[in-house]
Design a protein around this ligand. Structure first.
Ligand code: PMP
Ligand code: GLU
Length: 400
């Protein structure tokens, strides 16, 4: 039998835990089990009809060939207009690279920015794919651990303390997955100041920028002047805002030299993102934005409900999220207790117990660098949220 040789590069990565939980929940559902899925961060809505129609029209018109690698001009134009409209940022078309989802845009950014052994400062908890993407680019993620007491945010001072000659990039994500935290403008400005003074780049993932509640406004760190904008890569996409996860359109905006490098890399790896999806993304960005407002209203309603119930459950401590569609409670009050016959040491144990005993899929915090937490997504219907929380509550009532 031949032993498969795997490169060190891929041997070092682990599968995406968020996608793995989703696959497991879906498999259990296919086996006939009534699983409530609080696992994956994916809007439960269908893509709005007018967006779907534009892809159908493009298909019928034969828009089925290669496009420019970094995206069609009308999509780049729509992205530039979105940057102006929502963040007051001016980007020219040669500063925008459209990719196969925001994940791909992040990959391009780190591949273009990092050399072997470079360091990237990143907060924990953080979204599962950042450390893996950073390592794939040969760089080293340097974690700053945050928790509820610190509002789940790293400070400019903490960042500055971690800088050494190998430091290259600061990774930001606001609104954040998994905590839902939105960085206030003055804290972003302080971080921008560190980046400029210490000659660092910033990769800022703003994919949840439209999903903010209670009048909180997401501000892009690139908007604090030309010096910081020059050294920032802004990542965004249509997946979350327009319920278009399967269409796979995301983008990066950066200084033209850096954008060109990302486009050149993409030209050898995937070429252009799917032609029809690009047309649909133009319609999403340029078309009516009312469907988003309704969606945000509904997410807020769900957040309020889920937060109130989880915060009241014994054993959980919870910070109210300002954006995205996740709750990230700590479970210190459950450690050492027995839940559904399993002694709880951490979020992995608790997630396992809740999946097996209550048939509710949640994500352990370990994948986000925070093992004493769990993540619950409220990107599912109110009815399912009620059902899932009833089941978790009933299970936890029996904890001893
Ligand atoms: N960034 C964050 C913070 C996310 O939660 C996700 C999850 N989808 C992505 C990027 C990836 O987005 P996309 O589906 O567009 O690749
Ligand atoms: N980002 C979403 C999540 O965290 C989707 C899955 C993934 O891409 O990780 O659940």
């Amino acid at each position: 039998m031949t032993t498969v040789y795997l490169s060190r590069r891929v041997s070092a990565i682990s599968p995406s835990p968020t996608l793995a939980i989703d696959a497991k929940a879906k498999q259990m559902q296919a086996e006939g089990k009534d699983v409530v899925n609080f696992g994956v961060g994916e809007p439960d809505y269908d893509t709005p009809a007018h967006i779907k129609e534009s892809a159908v029209k493009a298909l019928e018109a034969g828009f089925t060939k290669y496009t420019p690698v970094a995206g069609i001009p009308d999509l780049k134009q729509a992205i530039a207009a979105k940057f102006k409209r929502d963040s007051g940022l001016d980007y020219s078309l040669n500063q925008i690279v459209v990719s196969v989802g925001a994940k791909h845009a992040l990959y391009n950014a780190y591949m273009a920015l990092c050399d072997e052994g470079d360091e990237v400062i990143i907060q924990h908890p953080c979204w599962v794919s950042y450390p893996e993407i950073i390592r794939l680019a040969g760089a080293v993620p340097v974690a700053i651990t945050t928790d509820e007491r610190k509002g789940f945010r790293m400070t400019a001072e903490e960042i500055e303390k971690r800088i050494n000659p190998r430091t290259r990039v600061i990774n930001l994500n606001s609104p954040s997955n998994p905590t839902g935290v939105v960085y206030p403008p003055e804290e972003l400005e302080a971080i921008a100041d560190v980046a400029v003074r210490r000659d660092l780049f910033i990769v800022t993932d703003e994919i949840y920028d439209q999903l903010v509640y209670d009048g909180v406004k997401q501000v892009s760190i690139a908007s604090f002047g030309p010096e910081v904008k020059r050294r920032t890569v802004v990542i965004n996409g249509v997946s979350k805002t327009y319920a278009m996860t399967g269409w796979r359109i995301g983008w990066a905006a950066a200084e033209s030299e850096l954008a060109k490098a990302m486009g050149d890399l993409q030209g050898h790896v995937t070429s252009n993102p799917t032609s029809l999806s690009q047309k649909a993304a133009v319609t999403a960005l340029n078309g009516p934005q009312e469907p988003i407002k309704a969606m945000v209203e509904e997410f807020k309603r769900r957040r309020d409900y889920m937060y109130a119930r989880v915060a009241a459950m014994p054993g959980f401590s919870c910070r109210r999220p300002d954006g995205a569609f996740y709750l990230f409670p700590g479970l210190a009050g459950l450690v050492g207790k027995s839940v559904g016959g399993r002694v709880i040491r951490n979020g992995d144990d608790l997630s396992q117990a809740i999946l097996e005993q209550a048939l509710v899929a949640i994500v352990p915090g370990s994948g986000f660098g925070s093992p004493q937490h769990v993540r619950l997504s409220y990107a599912t219907s109110m009815e399912r949220i009620k059902e899932g929380l009833d089941r978790i509550e009933a299970l936890l009532k029996g904890a001893s």
